[in-house]
Design a protein around this ligand. Structure first.
Ligand code: FAD
Length: 324
């Protein structure tokens, strides 16, 4: 029986593990892929074409991994520190978390179930991808992350595809620097939203409701995006294209147990507690809007703090309950 089981190997769970180490909590980190999205962000997620532009602008004083993803060097540091404690890690996939009396049982794919006093779920969320879009190197051509591209695209034309909060936020960031921003909204109704309407007032923003992407042309220079809406066809010439079609949270292992929000993201309070006492969640699995590595690190540390407080005060909570 462990005091704490942390499920996930990304920024949120590693930060939780570092917090638990500091507080000498008896914990286990269960993950099927150590490093999470920080390690998995490759050409599949990034804009391959833009990496040329970025290399030219890159500040040589900044570490290469920070140029790719701010906060990743902190995660690499956590990884190194945690690798000195291999006994705290189980390389397996958790399949289900069950509540048994006052404890939890974490069921595993290949190894024995683990009993725990508290659990933090930090299993992340995967970006949704396009289906049925023609064009060579499609995945390489579309970047899902705009964080480092805004400066590189100053004075250029950019398309942002998607109506998620993150897509609209990204379009607003680009509108400050780019010459022209196209916001493509496959769901036409999203054009009625207040955030979209506010953005539309900017002179260099064109909102294209109801259009879907069918083809990407060009891989090494200005590229073309072919869009359709009913029988209408539109070709955009852009220097960069970004998409955010929303995310799929990896929350199924607690789907039967905790309260979920829209889209299957785990609902948490300010202390990252779920609706089940002793069960916490952190990072992208709780955030429909998707966030940053830095935010996931903060979430993980705060969830671990809450789990620690829960462990410290649980005997008192029982005594108060019995005294009633
Ligand atoms: C395409 C893309 C681009 C991004 N670009 C940026 C950017 O430029 N800058 C930035 O700061 N942020 C960016 N982000 C966001 C950032 O990567 C995430 O916010 C952050 O990595 C989330 O960390 P996490 O720990 O919550 O989840 P993740 O990093 O996704 O980690 C989840 C972990 O849980 C493990 N796991 C899942 N299910 C199970 C299970 N059942 N059992 C055991 N282990 C399990 C996974 O293997 C993984 O190790 C981007 C995200 C995406 C998707």
């Amino acid at each position: 029986m462990r005091d704490l089981v942390i499920i996930g190997g990304g920024a949120a769970s590693q930060a939780a593990a570092m917090y638990a180490l500091g507080k000498q909590i008896d914990f286990l980190l269960v993950c099927d892929r150590f490093g999470g999205r920080v390690e998995a962000l490759t050409h599949a997620d990034q804009d391959y074409l833009l990496s040329d532009v970025l290399d030219q602008c890159a500040d040589p004083a900044v570490a290469a991994d920070e140029r790719q993803l701010i906060g990743s060097s902190a995660v690499h540091l956590f990884e190194r520190q945690l690798s000195w404690q291999p006994e705290r890690r189980v390389n397996d996939r958790a399949t289900r978390v069950q509540r048994v009396g006052q404890h939890f049982v974490v069921e595993m794919e290949r190894t024995q179930p683990i009993m725990a006093g508290t659990v933090i779920v930090a299993t992340g969320a995967a970006p949704r991808h396009f289906n049925n879009v023609a064009g060579r190197h499609l995945v390489a051509c579309l970047g899902y992350s705009n964080t480092h591209h805004v400066a590189a695209l100053a004075g250029k034309a950019v398309a942002v595809i998607g109506d998620s909060e993150q897509a609209v936020y990204s379009a607003a960031e680009f509108a400050h620097e780019a010459y022209q921003v196209f916001l493509v909204l496959p769901n036409a109704a999203a054009a009625e939203r207040r955030d979209v309407a506010l953005l539309h007032r900017q002179r260099n923003v064109a909102v294209l409701p109801g259009f879907t992407l069918v083809e990407v042309r060009g891989v090494t220079a200005a590229r073309q995006l072919v869009l359709t809406r009913n029988h209408e066809r539109l070709t955009l010439e852009v220097d960069g294209a970004f998409a955010d079609l929303g995310r799929e949270p990896a929350s199924a292992l607690v789907g039967h147990l905790v309260k979920m929000g829209a889209g299957g993201f785990i609902q948490v309070d300010r202390g990252f507690a779920t609706s089940v006492p002793g069960l916490f969640a952190a990072g992208d699995v709780t955030r429909p809007e998707g966030e940053h590595v830095l935010a996931a690190i903060g979430d993980g540390a705060r969830a671990a703090r809450s789990a620690h407080f829960f462990l410290l005060t649980r005997p008192m909570a029982r005594a108060v309950g019995q005294g009633r």
